[in-house]
Write a protein that binds this ligand. Sequence first.
Ligand code: GLP
Length: 240
Amino acid sequence: MRIYRGKDYKDMSRKAANILSAQVILKPSCVIGLATGSSPLGVYKQLIEWFIKGDVDFSEVTTINLDEYKGLEPENPQSYRYFMNDNFFGHINIRPENTNVPEGLAPEAEECARYDRVIRQAGGIDMQLLGLGRNGHIGFNEPGGAFDKDTHCVTLTDSTIEANMRFFEKAEDVPRQAYTMGIRSIMQARRIVVLASGEDKAAIVKEAFFGPITPQVPASVLQLHNNVTLVGDEAALSMM
Ligand code: GLP
């Protein structure tokens, strides 16, 4: 595992954006796996800036997002599709038809099978961007889940609902279920870039990358991947 240490959130976002833009420059038709949450926001902002300056071109890129709340329509401002359009896709020259996010309103079995097909037909993921949940979840793969799953529907844990409540008016509004790429889908990505920012991620970063590999800490499976880059700020890397 390679570790890049940024001074602060801005600096780590810039480092991670450099890795992503290198991928796009080296392979303009690459497939990038994307994440939501606050961790990747700075990366998206930086990539938009470089796009505007003419340094990076997304016209041939395909993106495949990790997850989506079940039951939310794409126009819902809390949906991950809305988040991606609003914070990234709407500001760069990616073709909308080349962006993929699970469809929250689609029926479970069909949607999960369709999403696995999307990944397969795209030729697999060249580079997957990941955030880390406070309990070690990646995508929406919560503790205790099996490592051998592809896209599936999960029931969110109380700690995830609580953590994600900040984006909703009240806890009852946070959807209880989500569609997510499974650990197997994530592990099949050729390269993985994990983002971690802030003091409240320090303990889980240490546990995930230096603790035992266990489904209780889903991100710990990343220790078995042969091309993982962790990009963190001082606070998130302070326990290592
Ligand atoms: C959500 C997302 C994850 C994300 C995690 C961490 O639960 N489904 O993909 O990594 O939150 O979010 P944040 O980056 O805001 O800490």
